[in-house]
Design a protein around this ligand. Structure first.
Ligand code: IPM
Ligand code: MG
Length: 367
């Protein structure tokens, strides 16, 4: 039996605790199958942390995350905290967590599963076979640039300011992650910017272009972000790996997610140069359905699989989980977000139980 992995669980708000419970049960099941040990420790973040401590990211949470082997986060935020001053909002806690753990690279895969092709709002021939990886820069750009704030002008009018800034080294390190990622996939990288208007994007394009000489096996293209948004819904199969800054990546990853039919399916991994990674679904806390056993736990479960693959280097355990997800979809099980109108649906807990059964009936993996 290997050393136990120390995993910090951040269930957060809204549907977070329900979907986290499913992911933990699934992880315990594969741990038994693969001879792994997990030491789970919960911590507070987001609205749950605000209610308990007044802060969205208590220092103890950040410290515990830094000391872990990996961090699994569900979702944060909700109406209750939307009107608080910005430093006390749940979202500020998430950004501080990403920055505090130095997680500059966010990998957001969007893959169409044949089982869910009809769940997409686009035509089947447009989305069949889509397999995109969005590599989003996560600790720089306009989310973090200074100056920022709402300032009074001389006339007494208020002026809101954010600053989109990237240094060469910030661009280079995310660029390298993206080229390496593309190299392990189909060897195509599209860099997305707004270099026709923004200086920060011109520097981005210059640096990514310069890096390309180190990766002659990767085919590099560039798109302006408006065109990239259009191309993603026009003909998504032209994309393999996309690299872009924090804000454009936030927006384009939601577009890419929706190609797959439901944002409820998409996991993500946030990685730094070293140290533990943070694994979380792309979707939010869905306060409108929280506590009603309606949430789709699959993005959370697939995030646990990404944790095993990218965070703990346990690809076989990851594959067991991914296979179980395919099995329950093959069985026709659908949560409400995935089901056509009027079709039968299962709840979050039932989906979790079906996953455990699928894992149990899975033959021992080949080594
Ligand atoms: C995401 C989310 C976050 C972001 C919010 C909740 C701060 O939309 O992870 O995509 O903007 O990065
Ligand atoms: Mg987002």
């Amino acid at each position: 039996m290997s050393q136990p992995y120390r995993i910090t669980l951040l269930p957060g708000d809204g549907i977070g605790p329900e979907i986290m419970a499913v992911a933990v049960a699934v992880l315990q099941c594969v741990a038994a199958q693969e001879g792994l040990q997990f030491e789970f420790q919960e911590a507070l973040v987001g609205g749950a942390a605000i209610d308990a401590t007044g802060e969205p990211l208590p220092a103890a949470t950040l410290e515990q995350c830094r000391q872990s082997d990996a961090v699994l986060l569900a979702a944060i935020g909700g109406y209750k905290w939307d009107t608080l001053p910005r430093p006390q909002r749940p979202e500020t806690g998430l950004l501080a967590l990403r920055a505090g753990m130095e997680l500059f690279a966010n990998l957001r895969p969007a893959t169409i599963l044949p089982q869910l092709i009809d769940a997409s709002s686009l035509k089947p021939e447009v989305v069949a076979g889509v397999d995109i990886m969005v590599v989003r820069e996560l600790t720089g750009g306009i989310y973090f640039g200074q100056p920022k704030g709402i300032f009074a002008t001389e006339t007494g009018e208020k002026r809101g300011v954010n600053t989109m800034a990237y240094t060469e080294s910030e661009i280079d390190r995310i660029g390298r992650v993206a080229f390496e990622t593309a190299r392990k996939r189909r060897g195509k990288l599209c860099s997305v910017d707004k270099a026709n208007v923004l200086e920060v994007s011109q520097l981005w394009r210059d640096r990514i272009t310069a890096l390309a000489s180190e990766y002659p096996d990767v085919e590099l293209t560039h798109l302006y972000v408006d065109n990239a948004a259009m191309q993603l819904v026009r003909w998504p199969k032209q994309f393999d790996t996309i690299v872009t800054g924090n804000l454009f990546g936030d927006i384009l990853s939601d577009v890419a997610a929706m190609l797959t039919g439901s944002i409820g399916m998409l996991p993500s991994a946030s990685l730094g140069a070293s140290g533990p990674g943070l694994f979380e679904p792309v979707h939010g806390s869905a306060p409108d359905i929280a506590g009603q056993d309606k949430a789709n736990p699959l993005a959370q479960v697939l995030s646990a699989a990404m944790m095993l693959r990218y965070g703990l280097n346990q690809p076989q355990a990851a594959q067991r989980i991914e296979q179980a997800v395919l099995t329950v979809l093959d069985q026709g099980l659908r949560t409400a977000d995935l089901a056509p109108p009027g079709a039968p649906v299962v709840g979050c807990r039932a989906m979790g139980e079906a996953l455990l059964q699928a894992l149990a009936s899975d033959a021992p993996a080949q080594t």
